[in-house]
Ligand binder design. Sequence first.
Ligand code: NAD
Ligand code: DAU
Length: 382
Amino acid sequence: MKRNIIITGGAGFIGSHVVRLFVNKYPDYKIINLDKLTYAGNLANLKDIENKPNYKFVRMDICDFDGVYKLMQDEQIDGIIHLAAESHVDRSIKDPFTFAQTNVMGTLSLLQAAKLYWQSIDPDFCLPTSVFRFYHISTDEVYGALEMTHPEGIEPPFTTKASSGKHHLAYGEKFFTEDLKYQPHSPYSAAKASSDHFVRAFHDTYGLPTVVTNCSNNYGPYQFPEKLIPLFINNIRHRKPLPVYGKGENVRDWLYVEDHARAIDLIFHEGKIAETYNIGGFNEWKNIDIIKVVINTVDRLLGRPEGADLDLITYVTDRAGHDMRYAIDSSKLQRELGWEPSLQFEEGIERTVRWYLDNQEWMDNVTSGDYLKYYEDMYSHR
Ligand code: NAD
Ligand code: DAU
């Protein structure tokens, strides 16, 4: 089957993995990567597929309503996978307006363009045979923070049984489920929460065929080194301090990025319209513990004595409004569509550290900002 799909934010971390998966897996699809190329967008993330015949890059802002609507018409699209966003919590604390502009207004603009375009190709509104989908990628941070509670007498982490039936380590008894009320705390998560509400409103009001997913922390290649794991790998390599916020006790649920991309593929094709699915790794870690794993892995791969760089750990002032614990219950996705993470964390982190150490040129370009100058030359005449 031929399909024409816009993927927004395809030059970013997760977006580039989704674009790569779709371009390689579906040669009959045309994949249009719509990205503004902010500081977080990097076309070097897609070097291996940039010349494939079923791939096209368009530099555009999701807030550009006319441009986006025309692109939908020109390309006769039948699906949108929306990842473009401002994604870093610390930046949102410094500059909340940009987050409202892109994540809220940008998503609304994209929804309105999609609705008008979809109504023009499907005047009967959502024919049962229609494959048209607006798939919005969101975050677990919209649910707020979970407590580090534990069963009587047992110190966390303790082993618990997920509703999927599998045992795993957890730092609390509660998990984020799809029916939980939204309680975002950071400007980033507030903006993402707002965009999720608009997506659902466009389904409920206009019948737009939408799907929303909320995922936990991703890690893997091509992540911008402002986020914990790539920042720390690079700092360890260069023996720079590792700024641990607060006591390093906050808990995150980590998922290898390619597993997220596989989930997105499955949900885009088989997810039920108007549904929400949580995506997570059942893989909770305290920051300080994950940092020690990263230090030991980098040291081992660089041939340094194990733990040689533990003294780089530097406790700094905590992030404002720092959410204590995130833990996703993704058993609905497992039950209904058969998805589960494919990679054990030990293997994922080894692969990730190896990738950053092997791709120092990518890291140097990103940290020096050279990749941005390249775009200015490339796109200054348009
Ligand atoms: P990222 O910051 O690495 O990439 C964002 C991409 O969006 C960049 O390529 C950027 O150029 C583009 N972009 C930003 N503003 C734009 C605009 N106005 N118009 C067009 N393009 C624009 O982000 P990421 O970590 O890959 O996250 C992608 C999506 O997944 C986001 O919506 C984020 O909220 C969500 N998410 C991320 C994680 C995670 O752990 N990284 C987890 C769950 C959900
Ligand atoms: O949960 C999903 C979210 O995960 C996504 O929606 C966000 O886009 C993504 O950025 C990520 O948010 P976090 O704030 O959890 O990720 P970050 O890598 O910034 O931080 C992970 C944890 O590490 C967090 O508790 C803060 C802490 N931290 C982070 C940095 C950058 C530090 O202690 N020191 C640091 O320098």
